[in-house]
Write a protein that binds this ligand. Structure first.
Ligand code: ADP
Ligand code: MG
Length: 247
């Protein structure tokens, strides 16, 4: 079962994985209200409207017949309302939906985490899945985040790292440190990244995920590590154990 970004982020929070916070909205008026809440609660000047569909590539995709992108930054409440109006009820066409696109019934109004600060922001890629050939979970990660990972794998395969986990075991502390190191992090960002990866791996196993992808995995200018986007696939066989998740 595939979850929407807003559902996946709610689950990650239960495992203390920091996420770009947001409020799911069904109408432009709700989106406007959500902006005010986000603006106050997270001291976020801007906000981002994100179409909730079961496909990626939303940032580059467009609502059919318009120039509206599926992920768009708004500067104030009015802006957010207009963007939500343009997206809701529209058909979003992305590289992953095919030409027919997908109808958007919900948007996530999310905090802006790309604010300027003491250190530059960075976008990484990280995913966890079962490597069937080895019968081991593997964490795949790259410094080249925010873009199509298939392109990175094709053009610069040396920029994709892999870390295999001992079957039935936990992610070891040295493995979490290796990942943070290979992503080029240091200081607070390094510590935050090892915690992030450890908690994310616990979420993967605890929720019986068959796939968990964070792209971008984000380093904010205050060195926090945050899941800006999340694609989560739950193992169909384990749904019985997680009936509470299906709302
Ligand atoms: P998708 O993968 O479906 O395109 P993402 O959630 O990954 O959707 O968002 C696409 C891109 O939008 C991100 O890679 C990022 O560059 C940009 N983005 C997301 N949130 C913000 C934000 N708060 N401020 C600026 N850009 C953002
Ligand atoms: Mg993404």
């Amino acid at each position: 079962m595939n979850l929407h970004e807003y559902q996946a982020k709610e689950l990650l929070k239960k495992y203390n994985v920091p996420v770009q916070e947001g409020i799911p909205c069904n109408t432009p008026t709700e989106a406007e209200e959500a902006y005010r809440q986000i603006h106050t609660q997270y001291d976020s000047k801007f906000a981002v409207v994100k179409a909730q569909i079961h496909a990626g590539g939303r940032g580059k995709g467009k609502i059919a017949g318009t120039e509206q992108r599926g992920v768009a930054v708004g500067k104030n409440a009015e802006d957010i309302k207009t963007i939500a109006q343009n997206i809701l009820g529209g058909t979003l066409v992305t590289i992953q939906t095919g030409p027919a696109g997908k109808l958007v019934n919900k948007v996530l109004v999310a905090q802006d985490v790309y604010f300027e600060g003491p250190s530059p922001v960075k976008e990484f890629y990280l995913s966890i899945l079962l490597d069937r050939t080895k019968g081991q979970n593997v964490i795949m990660y790259s410094t080249e985040g925010g873009m199509n990972i298939e392109d990175v794998a094709h053009d610069t395969p040396e920029k994709i790292f892999k870390e295999w986990i001992h079957p039935g075991g936990l992610l070891q502390a040295f493995q979490a440190r290796k990942i943070a190191f290979n992503l080029g992090l240091s200081g607070e960002a390094f510590k935050n990244c090892t915690k992030f990866v450890t908690n994310l791996y616990n979420a993967f196993t605890g929720l019986d995920c068959s796939m968990l992808e964070i792209n971008p995995l984000f380093k904010a200018s205050d060195d926090k590590i945050i899941a800006v986007d999340c694609k989560m696939n739950l193992d169909e066989n384990s749904l019985m154990r997680h009936a509470d998740l299906i709302t």
